[in-house]
Design a protein around this ligand. Structure first.
Ligand SMILES: C[S@@+](CC[C@H](N)C(=O)[O-])C[C@H]1O[C@@H](n2cnc3c(N)ncnc32)[C@H](O)[C@@H]1O
Length: 313
């Protein structure tokens, strides 16, 4: 992770590295606005998922990862002037914090539906005078019409009602404003989850995980929905980067996030069976078979492909 940070360059990389350390909640910066719950009655990312997500979050700083590319787009679109950027589904604050660190004239609002995520983002925005974190549902934003020059969203549109979220994105953008977004097209993470669930279910077909990062992977669904809402697609580009974890246990925690609730349900329903051991054994075998387990004990999963797009109103 430090290597990836160093490559971000100079003093801003240092400030950025410090900001990842977290810290206390900057209560004044968390404005409790919309607080919609998911259809299951739970926040989209609860406390446990938020904590586990921190491990995946660190992977996205990779030089071929999404945030650096999104920053380059933001520089071209709003750099050097006093623009306003809204980052949707920021999780613990990205790419909002990176954009705010690198573009000091730009006002950046980091948003997420999960209060646990917003708490983390607020702590990271604290040292940046041009960044705030707010609770917001990207399907029903509380911001005024035509109030942002740029909307960014890294890995968010896969988890929401696309039509509502895009309509809200278009509403808050100024005429001619831009959206820079990313979505997954192929991730080994999902194959790992599938393999573990098959082992747990005695080789029966696993359910589609409730959290499906590949929901937009086929057929240009996001691009089509944007075009229907009046956007023009200016750019789409695909990139890939590896995910790594320092140990098999850390890897298990990280790579089972999408199936965590399914694993918990199985453990509750099948009292007396050691579901977690079955799952961990399946993960270990898969890591050995695919070469993910390195001689150092590190887990490296190479294939995580995403699309970055720029659309303009
Ligand atoms: C995969 S994370 C992406 C986080 C971050 N942008 C990143 O690059 O790592 C997806 C985020 O979407 C948020 N989310 C899910 N539904 C949402 C909604 N309706 N409105 C806003 N955020 C939502 C989740 O709480 C979670 O933090």
């Amino acid at each position: 992770m430090l290597a990836a940070l160093t490559r971000l360059g100079g003093a801003s990389a240092h400030a950025y590295a410090s900001s990842l350390g977290g810290g206390g909640l900057a209560a004044s910066r968390v404005l409790p606005t919309t607080r919609r719950m998911s259809s299951a009655g739970e926040p989209a990312f609860d406390e446990e998922a938020t904590s586990a997500y921190t491990r995946i979050f660190e992977q996205h700083m990779h030089p071929q990862g999404p945030w650096k590319l999104m920053l380059e787009q933001a520089k071209g679109l709003v750099g050097g002037r006093a623009g306003r950027v809204l980052d949707l589904a920021s999780g613990p604050g990205e790419p909002a914090v990176l954009i705010a660190s690198e573009l000091p004239l730009t006002q950046v609002v980091s948003t997420d539906i999960s209060p646990f995520m917003v708490e983390k983002a607020a702590a990271r925005c604290e040292k940046l005078p041009n960044c705030v974190a707010e609770l917001a549902d990207m399907e029903a934003l509380h911001f005024e019409d035509a109030s942002f020059d740029l909307v960014t969203c890294c890995y968010g549109y896969m988890f929401v009602d696309l039509k509502k979220a895009i309509s809200e994105t278009a509403r808050v953008l100024k005429p001619g404003g831009s959206l820079v977004a990313t979505y997954w097209v192929d991730v080994d993470l999902m194959r790992i989850g599938d393999r573990i669930m098959r082992a747990v279910l005695n080789e029966a077909e696993p359910p589609v995980p409730r959290m499906n990062p590949l929901s937009l992977a086929d057929g240009r669904a996001l691009e089509k929905a944007l075009e229907q809402a009046g956007f023009s697609i200016r750019l789409t580009s695909a990139s890939s980067y590896p995910f790594s974890a320092p140990s098999i246990d850390a890897g298990f925690a990280m790579f089972t996030i999408p199936i965590a609730s399914d694993l918990r349900s199985q453990a509750e329903a099948r009292e007396g069976e050691d579901i977690m051991s079955i799952a961990k054994d399946a993960f270990h075998s898969l890591c050995k078979e695919k070469g993910y387990l390195k001689p150092t004990g590190e887990i490296v999963v190479p294939n995580n492909q995403f699309v970055l797009l720029h659309a303009q109103l």
